[in-house]
Ligand binder design. Structure first.
Ligand code: NOJ
Length: 402
């Protein structure tokens, strides 16, 4: 094992460990009017607090974004492709959109950054949601066709591929909780059907990715939590773990990695989540401050799947950037313990490169390592950005003395 401590408290990561920052098309591009989220944001009943609008205008400023990643010293940029731009109408593919994403991948390579490409990050084209979205019987095939067409165009430039981002969140928030489109509540049967459809879509997409040009690791990225049984909550906890996580982990056999995305721990009682007690340190999202979730979920994902793990998202919603460094430091200490114990962890991506559109919560929560001016779109790297770049360049973390 190539990890270890170089000086008393410096934690060295394995050679080739990937350090990166992540974004998603709808949260940063702006003007994504042709998908279900745009519709949802503009539905007064949805509870969304803002339109994604121009977001961070990354559709035009993507080159600046790639440059920031590179200048910071991070080795990878995880971004997503907007399906509704690539396939604006069923079966109609936009070469201009494909060329756009090809330029992004090429720019990453020119600057020594590996492009980590996600094919679905929450948004679905309206032509598909108009006929049922993930409930449409052919949705997995339609997704695989888009992936196949896209990889034919950009596959030679892909560094890593993520098929679907947090399908578990799409399904639970869309069909049981009602916060995400299509805004259904307690539609458990439909929720489970969408789980199954997304697992099938993932498997078809893996095949499509492997049949195209290029040679790159392929996986899915999953939202994982530390789910804890409170008083009498064992059954609820086990059920939640099964429905939210294991269903998808079971669908990863044969993949090259599992992407773990983790932010929180949740205590479950007999009927569902239990609010953290008063006085608990909370993040801007209302989650308990719990950086230990990285170690917990990485260990679990690895033990369950046997696959190499990439932390494809982790971070903190806070206005206090010092707190972000503190959070990521604790998270990385836990990750390093995993690696020291022999767990195959390949990388860590902070969410997010930019303060951006946090779905139904709008632009309130600040998860970025760079601030973005809402009027000029100027990007301003925060101290945490430079700090993470230093960690990446050293491939080592020196935590402050306790
Ligand atoms: C996971 C999602 O993939 C991302 O879109 C979101 O912004 C972060 N979690 C933070 O909530």
């Amino acid at each position: 094992m190539s990890t270890g401590t170089t000086s008393e408290n410096t934690l060295r990561f394995p050679a080739g460990f990937v350090w990166g920052a992540a974004t998603a098309a709808h949260q940063i591009e702006g003007g994504n009017v042709n998908n279900d989220w745009w519709q949802w944001e503009h539905n007064p009943e949805s509870g969304c607090v803002a339109s994604s609008g121009d977001a961070c205008d990354s559709l035009h400023r993507w080159d600046e974004d790639v440059t920031i990643v590179s200048d910071l010293g991070l080795g990878a940029y995880r971004f997503s492709l907007e399906w509704s731009r690539i396939e604006p109408a069923e079966g109609e593919f936009s070469v201009a959109a494909l060329d756009h994403y090809r330029r992004m991948c090429a720019a990453c390579h020119e600057r020594g950054v590996s492009p980590v490409v996600t094919f679905h990050h929450f948004t679905t084209p309206r032509w598909l949601t108009d006929r049922g979205g993930w409930e449409a019987p052919d949705a997995p095939e339609r997704f695989a066709r888009y992936v196949e067409r896209t990889v034919a165009h950009i596959g030679d430039l892909i560094g890593w591929a993520c098929t679907i981002n947090e399908p578990n969140v799409v399904a639970v928030l869309g069909y049981t909780v009602g916060l995400y489109p299509p805004g259904m509540k307690d539609e458990f049967v439909r929720h489970f059907a969408v789980n199954d459809a997304m697992v099938r879509a993932h498997r078809l997409a893996v095949d499509a990715l492997r049949s195209g040009p290029g040679s790159f690791p392929v996986g899915i990225t999953l939202s994982m939590e530390e789910l804890v049984a409170g008083e009498g909550g064992e059954g609820t906890r086990d059920a939640a773990e099964q429905i939210l996580e294991n269903t998808f982990l079971d669908g990863t056999a044969g993949d090259d990695f599992i992407g773990v995305q983790c932010y929180e721990r949740t205590v479950l009682g007999p009927t569902g989540p239990v609010e953290p007690p008063p006085g608990t340190r909370l993040t801007q999202m209302g989650y308990e401050y719990w950086p230990q979730v990285v170690e917990y979920t990485v260990r679990r994902a690895s033990a369950y799947t046997g696959l190499p793990v990439v932390v494809t998202e982790n971070g903190l919603a806070t206005e206090d950037d010092t707190e972000r460094v503190e959070f990521i430091t604790t998270a990385l200490e836990g990750l390093h313990r995993c690696i020291s114990d022999g767990i195959d962890v390949r990388g860590y991506f902070v969410w997010s490169l930019l303060d951006n559109f946090e779905w139904h919560l709008g632009f309130g929560p600040k998860l970025g390592i760079c601030a973005v001016d809402p009027v000029t779109f100027e990007r301003r790297p925060k101290p945490s950005a430079h700090w993470l770049g230093t960690v990446a360049k050293a491939n080592a973390l020196t935590p402050p003395p306790a």
